[in-house]
Ligand binder design. Sequence first.
Ligand SMILES: [Zn+2]
Length: 648
Amino acid sequence: MRKCFLSVSVCLFVLTSFSLASFSKHIVDYRIKAKLLPEEKAVAGEEILTWLNDSEQAISELQFHLYLNAFKNTRTTFMKKSKGVHRGFKLDRENWGYVEVKRIQIKDGPDLISTMEYIQPDDGNEDDQTVMKVILPEPVLPQEKITLNIEFYSKLPKVFSRSGFFQDFFMVAQWFPKIGVLWNGEWNCHQYHLNSEFFADYGIYEVEITVPEEYVVGATGKRIKEIKNEDRTITYTHYQEDVHDFAWTACPDFVEFREKFSMDNPPVDTEMILLIHRSHLSQKDRYLNSLKNGIEFFSQNYGPYPYPTITLVDPAPGAMGAGGMEYPTLFTSFTFWWLPKGMLVQEMVTIHEFGHNYWYGMIGSNEFEEAWLDEGFVTYSEIKAMAKYYGKDKSMFDLPGLKISDFALQRAQVIASGKMDPILKNSWEYFSTGSYGINSYSKPGLTLLTLERYLSEEVMLKIMKTYFERWKFKHPTSKDFIAVAEEVSGQDLGWFFDQFLNSPDKLDYAIGDIKSEEVKEPEGIFEGEEPMAETENVTEGDKKAKIYRNEVVVVRKEELAFPQEILVVFENGEEILERWNGRERWKRYVYLKPHKLKYAQVDPYNKVLLDTKYTNNSRFLKKKKTSVLKYALFKMFRFQSFLTFISF
Ligand SMILES: [Zn+2]
């Protein structure tokens, strides 16, 4: 069902109930008028931006992101690195994208366009125009505001990387001149890179979107007004506070579904808006059900979803490059009309992207510099949510004869990865896109799961809740998360984070050796009293039993160290659980017992999820049998010894 309108030429809904008290400090206030020009594949825009100087110094230069200029030619920083390919989708060389700033005028003051200059703070690539600065005639004083009127024209690329069009589908993202973040007294305004997402300040967005009347529109925030214009266009106004970006989408082939979502504990009251392409209607319930699961999971585990709407966008077939991306209160997922129920990629992407409303939307970390604080936290949460709703061992593939969990897939990536980068690194400076992916998504996801198993699920839940509650609508860094983790757990976790965030190395413990040898009575010539047998105090019942020297060697095979538990099991069923700090390269345990060993296992309760090789974690005592190879080597050794002997 396409959205239909009342037949009156003008209909106006002004929804006055903004239930949100202000959560964030409003550094920015954007009032934007945007007009979609479907023929030109472009948006004409006017933006009134009010910016608060929340620093303690006077500021006489402003910096802006002009993200769409990443798609302008083959020499931009994004294009040089990507070579026009992102996540497997390719640039269309007939459809470049760019944003042209036509005017940037201080309210009741001069146009700053003549002072405008492109800058390249990250790589000095002078062909890159994704960041600009303008010089103010007079500085903005601390705690004062400046208002600018900006006129711009955004030409959208054919979508292959998040933003753009495909036929009459439009994903309008990273599309307007957007002020950087004045952070710790300096502009933090990075270029548009292949391997990085974004960073921005919180504030208010009120955006009027004008489209031809047959287009169905979705956007960040709540729709507060819609006006049918005389030129067969419609203007929708969306409003949202406490967000740090604004994205919208338009397509005549969207079918819109709206459904309330409410829960009592914690209290959540929001509206789910699904914009699904009509060719995917068969997948509608999968979208809505997984979105419900996402809202429930994140609300229960971290804090209630606070916004009045959440919009799920299903990109048109052919526009998959727009899929799987997050924006405040709006995200894109993807599906195929033929996607079997047991392939849960649609559910996973929906839950993942919804989850970004927490670790990207409300926790506003700097993704250019610390991507793991978003993607890693989302991956951690997604693995847990997928296991909860779709089954621990089949949360990604639940097909006859093929059951694989999301966790297993993430772990497989960590195992297969190289050791090129640590988790903590500027996003655009990783060795490769693959290394960015591993170190921002799966490895930090597994790192947080390992921390959870180490500290207990209860403690970890408290850490995550405390971190979310304390840092939402702010710009926390890794240090802030570590401080919360240490405070809540009451433990020094420096050893953990130092290693896992800063080292590219891996973790692997193994049972190196396990043997049981019968202990013989002492033999030979002794002065004075004959020594006691090693086994004197080891008896079984009254009869003198055979005594075995049982030996287990645990080995740290890779650079990273983690405390280990070692389960030692004897033939008679006796079990001993050892604890080792795991720091040395090896540790030997010796037991004199009237029984032989049966087996030994490091990490028997599977707590250390970052251990990259489980197959060497346990070892059974082998029956003494000399293999042919061993026998041959032994003989050769004897022969070499003989040669050595006769050569002197
Ligand atoms: Zn993500």
